[in-house]
Design a protein around this ligand. Structure first.
Ligand code: ADP
Ligand code: MG
Length: 297
């Protein structure tokens, strides 16, 4: 992937391109900029607009969550930003570059299990490094660094089947981080895990984010997870998928999962549920209507 060299002087950029970073108050270009993103699908029931004029940006080191009920277009946004699916309209820039296809600046972690069962933990994590043509010693060194970062040292020679679901998702996260992506994109990475494991893995993500100053876009339907981890939560509406509200999470960092019992945390959860409830109900009704149409057909 081509990376732009020296950053342009701030004066050469439009104010639109500039954002104040939360930390230093310096003007910096966002790592991810999504503008007026639209995605339409043709379905047997006619065309649907899955994503409708979605715009947001993510600054260096920020963790942003996109939350919404099932079917609201979250994975569609994930797939478009990751370059796996073309958009119908709009623009997506990563690190100042328009995306057209899979992009080395983005590391993706999928909802479903994506480890290779025939490879050890270390060989799973080092797989992209192998593809990139790194020498074996370098692969081992870099791979082990990320194995340790996700807290799996001692398990590097194990196979995925010997690990818990939470540990396997940590392998996927380590593998995505191994290519040092500008941005980590995660689509419901903890959806199949129990609530306790999810909270503890959230701590791991917070720790990693802090250590690497990693920019993260997290897709989730879990309100606790979104509030626990995020700087900002973007609440999506159901059909068409739009950004209904942006909630700034002004909770202190560094955070741990202990924060979920605080009053302030509870207020954020309640506020977001207030917005999501209506959308989730509409989603449920629409899915019920769809399945009764199928029954009749
Ligand atoms: P979410 O991840 O929020 O559950 P998705 O992005 O997967 O939602 O889907 C959003 C909407 O787009 C859904 O109604 C889904 O059925 C539809 N959709 C997603 N992918 C396709 C596709 N390839 N063809 C047709 N419809 C699709
Ligand atoms: Mg999805």
């Amino acid at each position: 992937m081509a990376v732009h060299g020296a950053p342009m002087p701030a004066s050469a950029k439009t104010t639109h391109e500039l954002e104040r970073s939360a930390s230093g108050g310096r003007a910096v270009a966002p790592v991810l900029r999504v503008e007026n993103l639209v995605k339409r699908f043709d379905t047997p029931e006619g065309p649907i607009t899955a994503v409708d004029r979605v715009s947001f940006s993510v600054a260096q080191g920020e963790l942003i969550s996109l939350i919404g009920p099932s079917g609201c277009g979250k994975s569609t946004v994930f797939n478009i930003v990751g370059g796996l699916v073309p958009m119908s309209e709009g623009r997506v820039h990563v690190n100042g570059e328009a995306i057209a296809g899979p992009h080395a600046a983005i590391g993706m972690v999928f909802q479903e299990e994506s480890t290779f069962p025939w490879r050890t933990v270390l060989d799973n994590v080092a797989f992209p490094l192998e593809i990139a043509g790194l020498r074996k010693s370098e692969r081992i060194e870099r791979g082990m660094h990320y194995v340790k970062l996700v807290g799996l040292d001692g398990f590097e020679k194990r196979y995925p089947a010997e690990l818990s679901g939470g540990m396997r998702q940590r392998v996927s996260i380590a593998r995505a981080l191994g290519s040092a992506p500008k941005m980590l994109l995660m689509d419901e990475p903890f959806a199949s895990l129990d609530e306790q494991t999810r909270l503890l893995l959230g701590d791991k993500v917070l720790q990693i984010q802090q250590e690497l100053n990693q920019t993260i876009l997290l897709i989730t339907h879990n309100i606790t997870e979104a509030v626990q981890l995020s700087d900002r939560v973007l609440v999506m509406s159901y059909r068409p998928g739009r950004i209904k509200r942006v909630v700034e999470i002004d909770l202190p960092r560094p955070r741990t999962s202990a924060i979920v019992s605080s009053d302030a945390f509870g207020r954020y959860v309640a506020a977001i549920w207030g917005d999501l409830r209506e959308e989730a109900s509409r989603g449920m009704l629409s899915e019920e209507a769809q399945s009764s149409r199928h029954e009749r057909a």
